[in-house]
Design a protein around this ligand. Structure first.
Ligand SMILES: Nc1ncnc2c1ncn2[C@@H]1O[C@H](COP(=O)(O)OP(=O)(O)O)[C@@H](O)[C@H]1O
Ligand SMILES: [Mg+2]
Length: 445
C-alpha cells in the first residue's frame, strides 16, 4: 500500500502518528521510518485519505515539517515515509549559495524532486555523522518560486545521488571512505565515479550487438600508431580519462605518406611529420592518465563542420532507460572536436542531420541513434558494479549513415541546457534522477 500524503500536525504527546485507515489497517503500533531512521510509535487511524498526522515530537525526531507532500508505504509493520534523497556534492560553501557555482543546478534537482513528492537535500562528505545517523545538509524552504536555501538536519537518506562532478574530488580518500560506509550501512547510491575510455570500450565490446558501432580502439604505443595509421587515413589520440575535448590530437595521413599532426582544441597549429616515432613526445604529459588511439570517423558535416550527437539517457521512476534529450553538436570552424566547451554549438539533432541526409533518412537515423543509445546503457549497466542512473552518450554518424559510439560519459554536463526557461526536457533532466532515486528506495511513485 502506498499513497501520497501531506504531513499535518497530530496533537499528541510522545511519538504518535495518525494515518489513513486504508493504509495502516487499524494497527495500534507501527515503526515509522524516514531514511534510515526508525522509531516505534503509537498509531491511530482516521478516515482522511490525503494526510498523515505526526506528533510534534515525531516530526522533530524525523526532521520533517508540516505541509510537506511525500509518499508513505506500509508493509504491515513499517510505515516508511519518504523518499529521502541525499545529493552528494563535492563541497558546500554555506548560505546563501551553499553549493558554490553548482547551486543553481542543485536547486533544480530539489525543486523537481518536490514536484514528485521526493524530499531531497544536498550534502558534502564532511557533514555526515554516522554515529548519530544524521547529516547536516541544505534544502529549500517551502514557498514555491521564492523558496530560500536553508541548512537543516536530516536522517541518513534512503538513497544517495552521487553528484561529485570532477575527477580530482572523486578520487579523494574521504569520498572513497564515505562510499564504503554507505555500502556498509546498506544505503544505495547511484552514478558513482567517472569512466575511462579504454575501460568503457572493453565493457561495450562484451556485447556482440555493440561491436559494429564501436570504432577500433587500442592503448597508445608506437606499434599501435603504425598499425592504425596504416589502416585508417585519420586517427584520434585521446586521454582515456579526458573530457571537454582536452588533450586530444589528430593524425592524418597525407597522400605523400607524411602525417599531419594537430591538436583538437587550443591553437590550431599543424605540423607535418615524416614518421611517427616522436608523436608520443609531443603529447601533453598526464599524471594519472594514459592515451588511446582510435579510428577516425568521417563524420557527416553541417555548415562545413564536423557534427556529433549527444544523447542524454536517464532511468525513470520505473527503473527503465529513456531518452531525455538529444541534440547535435557542431564543431567550431576548423576544429575536429565538437565539445561545447571547445567552441562547439548545440543545435537540433534532426535539423542538423537534414543538412547531410534526406528527411526520410533522418527519421530512420534518429531511430537508430536511440536504439544504439539504449543498447549502450543496457550494456554499460550489465558491465558496471553499482547503479547507473544517467549516461551521456556521444554518437557520430558517418557519411554512409552508419551510427558510431564515440564516448560514454557518466556525468553528462548539464551546461548546454541548464537554464530551465520552461522547457520540459530541461526540467525532466533534473526530475528523472530524483524519480529514479525513489525507485531505488523502493517507492513506486
Ligand atoms: N574517433 C573519432 N572520430 C571522429 N571524431 C572524433 C573521434 N573521437 C572524438 N571525436 C571528436 O572529438 C570530440 C571529443 O571526443 P571525446 O571522445 O568525446 O572526448 P572528450 O571526453 O574530451 O569529450 C567528439 O565529440 C568528436 O567531435
Ligand atoms: Mg565527449
Amino acid at each position: 500500500m502506498r499513497v501520497r500524503l501531506e504531513l499535518t500536525n497530530h496533537g499528541k504527546a510522545g511519538y504518535a502518528v495518525r494515518a489513513p485507515r486504508s493504509l495502516v489497517k487499524g494497527r495500534r503500533r507501527v515503526v515509522v521510518r524516514v531514511g534510515q531512521r526508525e522509531v516505534s510509535v503509537h498509531c491511530s487511524s482516521g478516515p482522511a485519505q490525503a494526510t498523515l498526522g505526526l506528533s510534534p515530537a515525531l516530526m522533530a525526531k524525523m526532521h520533517l515539517r508540516r505541509g510537506m507532500r511525500l509518499h508513505a508505504r506500509f508493509d504491515g509493520r513499517v510505515l516508511h515515509i519518504g523518499p529521502l534523497v541525499g545529493i552528494l556534492v563535492p563541497a558546500t560553501t554555506g548560505l546563501p549559495n551553499p553549493v558554490g557555482n553548482m547551486t543553481l543546478g542543485v536547486r533544480y534537482f530539489i525543486e523537481q524532486a518536490r514536484t514528485v513528492g521526493v524530499y531531497a537535500f544536498a550534502f558534502s562528505c564532511s557533514a555526515v555523522d554516522f554515529k548519530r545517523g544524521q547529516i547536516r545538509g541544505y534544502t529549500l524552504s517551502s514557498g514555491g518560486e521564492q523558496s530560500r536555501w536553508v541548512r537543516r538536519l536530516f536522517p541518513l537518506p534512503d538513497v544517495v545521488y552521487d553528484h561529485i562532478t570532477y575527477r580530482r574530488r572523486d578520487r579523494a580518500a574521504d569520498i572513497r571512505k564515505l562510499r564504503a560506509r554507505l555500502t556498509e550501512a546498506g544505503i544505495p547510491f547511484f552514478n558513482q565515479g567517472f569512466f575511462d575510455k579504454w575501460d568503457v570500450h572493453n565493457r561495450l565490446m562484451n556485447s556482440p550487438h555493440m561491436q559494429p558501432h564501436l570504432p577500433e580502439t587500442t592503448p597508445l604505443s608506437l606499434e599501435a600508431l603504425q598499425e592504425m595509421t596504416a589502416k585508417y587515413r585519420r586517427v584520434f589520440i585521446k586521454p582515456a580519462q579526458g573530457s571537454l575535448g582536452r588533450n586530444i590530437y589528430i593524425l592524418t595521413r597525407s597522400p605523400t605518406g607524411r602525417f599531419e599532426f594537430r591538436r583538437g582544441r587550443g591553437r590550431a597549429s599543424r605540423q607535418m611529420l615524416n614518421d611517427l616515432s616522436n608523436v608520443e613526445a609531443k603529447l601533453a604529459r598526464l599524471k594519472k592518465d594514459h592515451y588511446i588511439v582510435q579510428q577516425g570517423l568521417e563524420l557527416c558535416r553541417a555548415y562545413g563542420r564536423a557534427v556529433d550527437i549527444r544523447v542524454i539517457m536517464q532511468r525513470t521512476q520505473h527503473g527503465r532507460w529513456a531518452v531525455t534529450k538529444i541534440f547535435a553538436r557542431v564543431a567550431r570552424r576548423g576544429r575536429l572536436v565538437s565539445n561545447i566547451s571547445a567552441g562547439g554549438k548545440g543545435l537540433s539533432a534532426s535539423r542538423t542531420l537534414r543538412r547531410c541526409f534526406s528527411s526520410s533518412k533522418v527519421k530512420s537515423l534518429i531511430r537508430e541513434i536511440r536504439r544504439v543509445a539504449h543498447l549502450v546503457c543496457e550494456t554499460m549497466a550489465e558491465n558496471t558494479d553499482g547503479h547507473l542512473g544517467e549516461l551521456g552518450v556521444d554518437v557520430g554518424v558517418d557519411r554512409q549513415g552508419h551510427v558510431w559510439v564515440i564516448e560514454v560519459n557518466s556525468k553528462p554536463h548539464r551546461k548546454a541546457y541548464d537554464t530551465l526557461e520552461g522547457r520540459p526536457t530541461a526540467k525532466r533532466s533534473f526530475r528523472r534522477p530524483m524519480q529514479y532515486a525513489a525507485y531505488l528506495a523502493g517507492f513506486r511513485i
